[in-house]
Each structure stands twice: as structure tokens, then as C-alpha cells.
Design a binder for this molecule. Structure first.
Ligand SMILES: [Zn+2]
Length: 440
């Protein structure tokens, strides 16, 4: 089974994944601290502290609670799984994320084994990276209580990040498997071939510099974990809020040319790298906006830097346009509920239309990165929104966003033609694009 494109599954990682409806029987999180006496000073904030270290089975985590409790509910989320986790504290059970104990306790310990398989839209809570492990920190959060995750590396090992491991992916493992590159760190064991690692490093270095220049923003220095995965997806990638990116290749396909080919890896790495800038922080932003933004930026930057030819780039756009046309039919993008590959296909198409409109309408002074500069600037005050996209684009883009019905695709083809691009047939969606390289 192949993943249709990079990070098909819920990337970028967000620590605030949508929670399902509350369980019918209310569970108690950490029991509240005793009510303060009238003359008491302001009580200290209740914080759960979780210490994590490597262990033969994967990792161990000790939870220390601010007050005795019989029940502790781990953060409800459909984006994580914990079914390989076990309690090692006598009398303490862990079932469906609920820790229970007959006696009030302030401390309990769990074993975290690596997730046995990848599951669509779910982050592995723990996966091996060489001789180390990668933890998805948000899986350790306690419902309703501030939780701090502290990594405890063994001698000769490192923790990345050193603080706030609850924000996203975190690496715990041998320092010798960490390589400092230009503007990033890479972590991999000897299960990753030197040729693949060299391609990932080169593409990451080049694309980070490129995005920084185009977006006029410094960005964050990421750590890229490269690992083999149990499958069933041939590859998967997730960027996360901790600036740690995980790229995983199914071991059985590691030596197959299509998954590790430089052109493929170029786009895979560049997609994840763009999420360091465009990961949304506003709830309700549709996935096709940030996923399409990352995928389109990956294609454009790969063409601009020579990792893809112009023809290869246009062929990829045409494929996305064709699939989006199939996915949307006569529906508008904002009303269609897309899933899986549809999110990427229509997200890329939206970005291409917006880019064509921006360049055509500004005699080449604006382009896709100018749109993203506007979005990111608007987002500085708490996250960009769909309204910010509308403000940064024009009526041609609105034809894809909002128009519906049988005239929409022909109308869109006519509108992009006015900006010098061509969709030769809206149904078959073969396009001819002007040069993909950005305007500056
Ligand atoms: Zn993505």
C-alpha cells in the first residue's frame, strides 16, 4: 500500500488535536487540590510532571501528580494511540487512556512500546529512530491539567528538544546518531542508506534557505529524524510543533528506487520543511490550505533549485488538478468535505490558481510566496485564517474556493487563461503553466 503523497496522515502534528465527544460517564482528571483556607495565598498551579527515559522495550514514563488521585485521564485525542502502553506500578491499570488505582496515588509508571503499525491520521506515540526513540509528546498530556514532559537521556545520549517535549516529536537516543548540518540536525541509524541520508540533508539545507529568503522569515532550526517504519505505508512524514520532523520509510521498500529516488525525496523533504512556517495555529483552518501550501511550495522550490525539471513540476500540477476536478465535481472547495489524497490534490490546485492570479495580476511582482508572506503576517496575531486567504487573493481564486455548478471549471479555465496559464480541458484537467520558478 502506498501513501498517496507526503504526510497523508494528519501532518503537521498539532498538540491540540480535535477531541471526540466526552465519554458518557464523566471521569475525574487529577482530583482538585483542597480548597484554600480564607487566609491562604494564591495556590501554586497544578502541574503534572512526566519523566521519560529509554528502556529496552522502548521507553518508560513516570507521572508525578500535584495531588493524590484515583483516576487520571490522559488527553483524549483521535490523533494518538496508546494501546501498546502498560502500567508497571502495582495496583494501577491503564485502559483507553484512563489510569485507575484503588488507592489514591501521586506517582505511577508506564512502559511505552513502539507502535506496531502506522495508522492513517494517527501519530505513532513512540517509534524507533536508529538506536534511539522518537516520542510524540502530546500523547503524554493529562486531560485538563498542565503537563510538562521531561526527557532523561542516558549517558552518551541526548534529548531533542531539551525542554517542552510535550509540544511535538522528541528524540531520545545516542548522541553519535545526531549530525549537525547547515541550519538543521539530522538523526538516523545505520538502517538508513548513506545515499538517502545525503539526499535528505542536501534537500533540507537548500529548501530551508530558500523558504527563509522567499518568506522573509528566519524560521526555526529543525531536527529531522529519519527512520524505518513497519508500514503499511511506503513512506510517511510529520512535522511537529517542536520543530522536530519525522520521515519514515517502510523497511521493505527502502531499496526501491521510486520511494528513495532523489526527485521523490526532494519533494517529500521540502513539503515537511515548509510546515515549519505554515503549520496552522488557528482552529478550523481547512487542511487543504496548509497541506496544499506545503506541497505546492515543495514543487515550486524543487523546480527553482533544479531538483525537478519544469516539465516534471507541471506534470505534478496537472495530476493534482485532474484529481481535484474528480474530487470536487461541481462543488465549491469551501463546502466540499475532502479527505485523504483529495486534500492534497485540491490544496495544490488552489495554490496554483492563486499563484497564477497573483503573478498575472501584478506583472510578476507577486507570487505564491507573497501570498504566504501575507498569510503568515496576518497569522502573527494568533494564526492565519480562510479570511486572510481571501484577502490575499482575488476573483480567480474565488472561483475555486466558492463557485459551484457546471460552469465553474470552464469559468476557471477562462480566468486563468487571462493570467497567461492554460487549462486545456477542465474535465481532463491538463494544464500548461507559465514558468514555475518564483518571480524573484
Ligand atoms: Zn503535510
Amino acid at each position: 500500500m502506498a501513501a498517496a503523497c507526503a504526510c497523508l496522515i494528519g501532518c503537521p502534528a498539532t498538540p491540540e488535536a480535535p477531541a471526540p465527544a466526552p465519554a458518557p460517564t464523566p471521569t475525574v482528571a487529577v482530583e482538585p487540590a483542597p480548597a484554600p483556607t480564607p487566609d491562604a495565598v494564591e495556590p501554586a498551579p497544578a502541574i503534572v510532571s512526566v519523566s521519560v527515559w529509554q528502556h529496552a522495550q522502548g521507553a518508560r514514563a513516570v507521572f508525578e501528580l500535584p495531588a493524590p488521585a484515583r483516576q487520571v485521564q490522559l488527553r483524549r485525542s483521535d490523533a494518538v494511540r496508546r494501546d501498546t502502553w502498560r502500567s508497571v506500578t502495582p495496583g494501577v491499570e491503564l485502559v483507553d487512556g484512563l489510569v485507575t488505582s484503588a488507592e489514591p496515588l501521586t506517582r505511577f509508571e508506564l512502559t511505552l512500546a513502539p507502535d506496531p503499525v502506522e495508522i492513517d491520521r494517527i501519530y505513532p506515540s513512540l517509534h524507533r529512530v536508529g538506536r534511539g526513540v522518537a516520542l510524540y509528546g502530546p500523547a503524554l498530556l493529562v486531560e485538563g491539567v498542565e503537563t510538562h514532559v521531561v526527557l532523561r537521556p542516558d549517558a552518551g545520549s541526548v534529548a531533542i528538544p531539551e525542554h517542552a517535549a510535550e509540544a511535538g516529536y522528541a528524540y531520545l537516543g545516542p548522541a553519535e546518531e545526531v549530525t549537525q548540518a547547515d541550519g538543521l540536525r539530522i538523526v538516523a541509524g545505520d538502517d538508513i542508506t548513506p545515499a538517502l541520508l545525503a539526499t535528505i540533508r542536501r534537500e533540507a539545507e537548500v529548501s530551508l534557505r530558500y523558504y527563509r529568503d522567499q518568506l522573509e522569515r528566519p524560521g526555526r532550526e529543525p531536527t529531522i529524524l529519519v527512520a524505518t517504519s513497519p508500514g503499511p505505508f511506503e513512506y510517511r512524514g510529520d512535522a511537529s510543533q517542536s520543530a522536530v520532523i519525522s520521515l519514515r520509510f517502510m523497511a521493505a521498500h527502502m531499496h526501491e528506487a521510486d520511494v528513495t529516488a532523489p526527485q521523490f525525496v526532494a519533494k517529500f523533504v521540502r513539503h515537511e520543511a515548509f510546515h515549519l512556517w505554515n503549520a496552522p495555529t488557528t482552529e478550523g483552518v481547512p487542511d487543504w490550505l496548509h497541506e496544499g501550501g506545503a506541497e505546492y511550495a515543495a514543487i515550486v522550490s524543487a523546480v527553482a533549485n533544479g531538483a525537478l525539471t519544469q516539465e516534471e513540476g507541471v506534470a505534478q500540477l496537472s495530476r493534482n488538478l485532474g484529481r481535484c476536478s474528480e474530487a470536487l465535481g461541481e462543488r465549491s472547495l469551501v463546502t466540499a468535505e475532502l479527505s485523504g489524497w483529495q486534500i492534497y490534490a485540491c490544496g495544490v490546485t488552489l495554490q496554483w490558481v492563486a499563484d497564477v492570479e497573483a503573478r498575472g495580476g501584478s506583472q510578476g511582482r507577486r507570487d505564491t510566496f507573497a501570498i504566504w508572506r501575507d498569510l503568515l503576517r496576518a497569522g502573527d496575531a494568533g494564526g492565519y485564517t480562510l479570511a486572510d486567504l481571501r484577502a490575499a487573493t482575488g476573483p480567480t481564486t474565488a472561483l475555486l474556493l466558492d463557485a459551484a455548478g457546471p460552469r465553474r471549471w470552464p469559468d476557471l479555465a477562462r480566468a486563468v487563461a487571462g493570467h497567461g496559464a492554460k487549462i486545456s480541458d477542465g474535465a481532463d484537467a491538463v494544464l500548461e503553466a507559465p514558468a514555475l520558478a518564483p518571480s524573484r
